[in-house]
Design a protein around this ligand. Structure first.
Ligand code: ARG
Length: 563
């Protein structure tokens, strides 16, 4: 139930819309004040009365019912108490009914969202810098799906450029098939790095020729390129599997090479393309931006040109309502320029393009620092975190069953959660110790809470206790705080989509787990005073487990039953 809307519908203030009232309603910091409060300062000017007087007037005419139990003023505030039993009944039966779909909605029905994320570069390392785009994008993908949108996940591969000519040249000089097959992306990357360090002018010349050969459809050059590409994708797919990430399209930069011309023609036709030092550019000076380069002086296209063609292709192919680009903030200018150019072309959907920018992730751990240009492979971070998770778990619970499976869920979860817990634009310093702290604001804390709930429920079932139809009782303070958190989940999921901010779900998970643990410690479940109370509390524990599981699933984090 949306209590704010419910209250707003019963709080008529002349000259102020229901939506505005709903937005003004807040949750008091101290639950002793009430569950919701309407501050009346804002209305004083409009109504020519003191805020406290307005609060009192509204209170006098507020229709109390089985949903809202009391309305009281405290100065300029009008505080409401909701009917706790009503909240418990509604929330518990809804969670029970919807199960794994609790949190879903159909707000996106008939709408399409494209999400461009992870977007790896062929033959280049899949490194820690790709963590955020991969898990943020993956989580947004699941969130929008849960809200009923059609979602198109796009891995905009970096598969075009002169570097592939260099790679072929390096391979011809120093590589051999077995070694590359065996070493995969690491071997390919090593060849490329060696080229950048040791290539002679002759090899540079040769590389340009190989690039030209790829372009002109030469069979051997293309076979080599496709081989490098398939080795890279095979490698990244193993990591996507561990992170539970999927894509609907791998249309990369190369895919757009033959789709650029119509867009360039359109730019010309609209008089937007001008020549500048031999290059073809769109002038953006009026918008305080450097020119958007469409074609270099040698006629070659750029990353930006391919993105321009890609945007049109996506609009034409998917007819999206929104197209998200989950890309680091270093590319802020690129996307600002891109969106502006599309707007200048008169395309109304330019407003539906969104750059979902995020901050940098670095490691606290000195052993794998990015300093001295050392690349930190994402796979190494994940594996290391899983190893550390195994140690932490062994210490906590030496008899744990399914050690490998649990360590994988906990370790991978910690890396994912590390990237998703903070507001996305913040730079993050990842620490294994902190990420694996059972008592911190961590995924392992949430997972452990789930295991705790699971264990109580299992005990009850083994003892033949039925609680599915338990009578709903009036909740005490701890139960009520937990119930309120559980009830907020659908709103949290919607807000996460609206703000492109999975961290809201991560925070929900930690907050709810904290409230469950307070309830668990303060209130006896299996030893409750009465059978009714025990059954009610078990039902509450089950609802908590469902909501926490759903939250972690939306983030892409697995939930072990036992820990
Ligand atoms: N491959 C690019 C990089 O690593 C990211 C591509 C993002 N997507 C896009 N449509 N530009 O920087």
């Amino acid at each position: 139930m949306d209590y704010k809307a419910y209250l707003a519908a019963r709080l008529p203030v002349e000259g102020i819309s229901r939506e505005e009232i709903a937005e003004s309603i807040a949750v008091p910091p101290d639950p002793a004040m009430g569950d919701y409060a309407l501050p009346c300062f804002k209305f004083a000017k409009l109504l020519h009365r003191a805020p406290a007087l307005i609060a009192e007037e509204l209170r006098a005419q507020y229709p109390l019912d089985e949903v809202i139990e009391s309305a009281e003023t405290a100065g300029a505030y009008l505080n409401f108490r909701i009917n706790r039993r009503g909240l418990a009944a509604e929330t518990l039966s809804r969670i029970q009914r919807e199960g794994a779909h609790y949190g879903d909605s159909d707000m996106g029905r008939g709408k399409t969202v494209c999400i461009d994320y992870s977007s790896v570069n062929i033959a280049k390392p899949f490194h820690i810098g790709h963590l955020s785009t991969t898990v943020l994008g993956g989580s947004l993908y699941r969130i929008f799906k849960a809200l009923g949108y059609r979602v198109v996940g796009i891995n905009h591969l970096g598969d075009y450029g002169t570097q592939f000519g260099k790679l072929i040249s390096a391979y011809k000089h120093w590589g051999n098939r077995e070694e590359v097959e065996r070493g995969g992306i690491h071997a390919i990357n090593a060849l490329y790095v060696r080229f950048t360090k040791e290539a002679t002018e002759e090899m540079e010349q040769e590389a340009r020729e190989y690039f030209r050969l790829i372009e002109s459809g030469d069979e051997e050059a293309n076979a080599l390129f496709e081989w490098f590409k398939s080795l890279t994708l095979a490698y990244v797919n193993t990591i996507y599997d561990r992170l539970h990430i999927t894509f609907d399209s791998y249309a990369g930069e190369r895919f757009y090479i033959d789709k650029m011309q119509p867009v360039i023609d359109a730019l010309k036709e609209k008089g937007l393309l001008i020549e500048s030092r031999g290059a073809q550019v769109v002038d953006l000076e009026a918008y305080g931006m450097p020119p958007f380069i469409v074609l270099r002086s040698d006629g070659a296209s750029l990353y930006a040109t391919r993105d321009l063609a890609a945007a049109f292709y996506r609009k034409n192919t998917y007819d999206f309502d929104k197209c998200l680009y989950v890309v680091a903030y270093q590319q802020n200018l690129h996307f600002k320029q891109l969106f502006k150019v599309i707007e200048l072309m008169g395309e109304p959907w330019a407003k539906d393009l969104v750059h979902v920018a995020y901050g940098m992730v670095s490691l606290e751990d000195g052993a794998m620092s990015t300093r001295q240009g050392k690349v930190v492979w994402l796979e190494d971070v994940i594996s290391r975190c899983v190893e550390k998770a195994r140690d932490v778990l062994a210490e906590k619970n030496p008899d744990l069953e399914n050690k490998d499976d649990v360590a994988e869920k906990v370790g991978v979860g910690a890396v994912v959660f590390g990237a998703l817990y903070n507001n996305k634009i913040k730079d993050i310093v990842f620490s294994y110790e902190k990420a694996l702290n059972f008592d911190g604001e961590t995924s392992v804390y949430v997972q452990y809470t789930c295991a705790r709930a699971f264990s109580v429920l299992t005990k009850a079932k083994e003892g033949g206790i039925c609680y599915a139809d338990a009578e709903i009782l009036a909740p005490n303070a701890q139960e009520f705080e937990l119930l309120k958190a559980l009830a907020s989940f659908p709103e949290v999921v919607a807000a996460a989509a609206e703000n492109y901010e999975p961290s809201l779900i991560a925070r929900f998970a930690v907050d709810t787990a904290q409230k469950f643990n307070k309830f668990y410690i303060d209130c006896k479940i299996m030893q409750a005073e009465t059978e009714e109370l025990r059954a009610f509390r078990l039902r509450l524990a089950e609802a908590t487990l469902t909501a926490l599981k759903n939250a972690l699933t939306l983030l892409g984090i697995g939930v072990p039953e036992k820990m």
